[in-house]
Write a protein that binds this ligand. Sequence first.
Ligand SMILES: [Zn+2]
Length: 209
Amino acid sequence: MKLVLIGAPAAGKGTQAARLVRHYGIAHISTGDMLREEVAKGTDLGNQAKSIMAAGGLVSDEIIIAMVKERIQRDDCKKGFILDGFPRTVVQAEKLEDMVALDHVVYINAPDEVMLERLTARESCPKCGATYNKLFMPAKTAGVCDACGEKLTQRKDDTPEAGKARIKTFHEQSEPLVGYYGKKGILFEVDGTQAVDEITKAIIAGLDR
Ligand SMILES: [Zn+2]
């Protein structure tokens, strides 16, 4: 089961990815997490990425693709994987296609207003990293982390202004992927305005069909 997950910011990609990983026993590949890991471990890739980011640049397609290529060959990917955060552009999708044949691309679709509302309702714990959403995954006590009792905060990129900019970037850069994978006949679109459990059920039913 080789999957790609597409969705605008706050479409619920992370939550659904975690559930699909459990359901299918496949590996979760988040390129954002991988970059942070490589930097922390001080690998060649990590050092390259670090100097680019320090200079305010974007890590190139070549670096990301090399990282993904190495990652999908590891043992935990034998049963498959789910790619989260990659590809972001059609150019990246074409490069991915040269490396591996995907089974499905899941697109979690939701109107901009819904995503913006969810995005600005997100909170996280600065101490233990737990994440919450005031709309559908609230902390037991408002504003306080269930796990460690720390006061919850909002990420800078989850403010309404930053959220609008991220959604715009998604439309410009990543939405063309929907057409790209649609033409290849491997796109499965799911209504992201449903409850989290309903979205998971719809995805699994769609992929197992
Ligand atoms: Zn916490």
